[in-house]
Design a protein around this ligand. Structure first.
Ligand SMILES: *[C@@H]1O[C@H](CO)[C@@H](O)[C@H](O)[C@H]1NC(C)=O
Ligand SMILES: *[C@@H]1O[C@H](CO)[C@@H](O)[C@H](O)[C@H]1NC(C)=O
Ligand SMILES: *[C@@H]1O[C@H](CO)[C@@H](O)[C@H](O)[C@H]1NC(C)=O
Ligand SMILES: *[C@@H]1O[C@H](CO)[C@@H](O)[C@H](O)[C@H]1NC(C)=O
Ligand SMILES: *[C@@H]1O[C@H](CO)[C@@H](O)[C@H](O)[C@H]1NC(C)=O
Ligand SMILES: CC(=O)N[C@H]1CO[C@H](CO)[C@@H](O)[C@@H]1O
Length: 391
């Protein structure tokens, strides 16, 4: 394949471009501010640390904002980007080293510069959407998707789960790596992830913690009565489990995530990690296939529920990787078996449209009224409904 031979050339060109390449502005009615930082849970030790260590989450906070100009910022730290090429080569047995694709990606965000930020007005009262990544994939693989959803008026908080993400770089520079022992649990780390989500919600109303996380915003709480959770892969499964355990999570969206295993023996339910729950749940799949773990969860979902699939996609189309290829002027063709054949920007539009339409139903509906009248969000021929209930 010619494209396969072209790729190393392009990536080495990228590697020599100090300025990097810019991802397009997000498509919604807002631009976004981006702040990264950590929240430490002193009440809980990290189950995957070798020595007793409080659980420390790295977060990216995307807030919708009106700002007339944006600045390009790196999508991830160099150290994280440098880790990804070899990681993906090993995981997917590919010869191309994708490190430059990550290293050179720049996101357009509202500037932090005081002269400019005076003219930047973030939307402070938007609903909050927590995002949990796929197994071993850092949260920084979802910056483009998070920006796109945030630009529709949501504060999106992406979470790195320590011991799961392949590498997490903290503000003091130290790194935490993946701990494969996660895979020994029949539920992987779905429960620690759910606990992480509940901890983040606790801290949304902790003005001191919010001031440390978002210094420019200052000591202000976020509302915790309009929070939902989204995730990809095991992160999507975790979103449902988290919602089934924490009623503050008012809706859950699972992007292509199998729900693993049986709950711990102390659980109230004995044959499925999802407890009976009333919040609305949306499933988005890469194939027209009823995942047995979804079928097992389905009867426990007492609220509005729907499962759709997106044609011409794979499990990994639900990430930024295809968008980064497109922004870098590169075709995904050599990687069709990994990234699908759908146009990358179309996939971003689909994931954003279905996610935000579902969330609007969750937050704006009186007793699910809007969800009951669910309309197709726009004209996306690649999307088909597999199952729905209580709609
Ligand atoms: C990985 O997690 C296990 C607990 O599941 C822990 O005993 C072990 O020390 C951890 N390994 C490392 C390298 O942190
Ligand atoms: C977003 O930023 C672009 C510049 O990158 C600007 O042209 C546009 O007006 C901004 N939109 C909003 C809603 O702030
Ligand atoms: C990342 O590496 C580039 C060179 O490839 C360098 O110019 C840049 O300063 C580095 N960024 C950081 C934050 O160290
Ligand atoms: C990795 O790919 C090469 C060629 O692309 C192939 O020969 C080899 O069998 C693959 N290895 C595995 C473990 O699939
Ligand atoms: C609120 O946040 C501060 C700063 O992170 C922390 O010291 C404090 O323990 C938190 N309070 C609660 C109730 O979590
Ligand atoms: C570009 C591409 O792969 N298109 C395909 C998308 O999926 C539909 C339905 O499965 C096919 O008919 C298209 O050929």
């Amino acid at each position: 394949m010619q494209a396969a031979r072209m790729l190393p050339v392009l990536l080495s060109l990228l590697a020599n471009t100090a300025a990097g390449y810019l991802v397009p502005n997000p498509g919604g009615k807002y631009n976004v501010t981006l702040t990264t930082g950590s929240l430490i849970d002193y009440s809980r030790n990290d189950p995957y640390a070798a020595t007793p260590t409080p659980r420390a989450l790295m977060l990216s906070v995307f807030q919708p904002a009106k700002c007339a100009s944006t600045v390009p910022v790196p999508s991830m730290p160099n150290i994280t980007a440098d880790y990804q090429g070899p990681f993906l080569q090993e995981t997917f047995n590919i010869s191309a080293n994708l490190t430059p694709l990550f290293r050179e990606a720049r996101l357009p965000v509202c500037s932090d510069h005081p002269m400019i930020s005076r003219r930047c007005t973030p939307l402070e009262d938007g609903p909050v959407l927590l995002f949990s990544p796929g197994y071993s994939i850092p949260r920084l693989y979802y910056n483009v998707l998070a920006s796109s959803i945030a630009s529709e008026g949501f504060t999106v908080i992406t979470i790195d789960h320590p011991g799961d993400a392949n590498i997490i770089i903290y503000p003091d520079g130290h790194a935490v790596f993946n701990n494969e022992s996660i895979l020994n649990s029949p539920t992987w780390d779905e429960y620690p992830r759910a606990a992480d989500a509940s901890f983040v919600i606790d801290q949304l109303s902790n003005a001191t913690a919010m001031a440390e996380l978002l210094p420019r915003r200052g000591a202000q709480q976020f509302r915790t009565d309009r929070v939902a959770m989204l995730g990809h892969s095991v992160g999507g499964a975790s979103a449902i489990i988290a919602a089934s355990r924490d009623p503050r999570i008012r809706g859950a969206i699972n992007w292509d995530g199998t729900i693993f295993g049986s709950p711990p023996a102390s659980g109230q339910d004995h044959d499925h990690p999802v407890q009976s729950m009333s919040q609305p749940v949306l499933f988005m799949s890469h194939q027209n296939y009823a995942d047995p773990s979804w079928m097992a969860a389905w009867p426990r979902l007492k609220g509005p529920k729907m499962a759709v699939y997106v044609a011409n996609t794979t499990h990994y189309t639900f990430s930024d990787i295809p968008s980064l290829f497109q922004a870098a002027g590169q075709t995904t063709e050599p990687f069709a078996h990994l990234l699908g054949t759908i146009a990358p920007d179309e996939m971003v539009r689909i994931l954003t449209a279905y996610t935000t339409a579902w969330l609007k139903g969750v937050f704006e509906a009186q007793d699910g009224h809007l969800l009951l009248q669910w309309q197709e969000p726009g004209d996306f021929p690649q999307v088909s409904i597999m199952m729905r209930g209580n709609l």
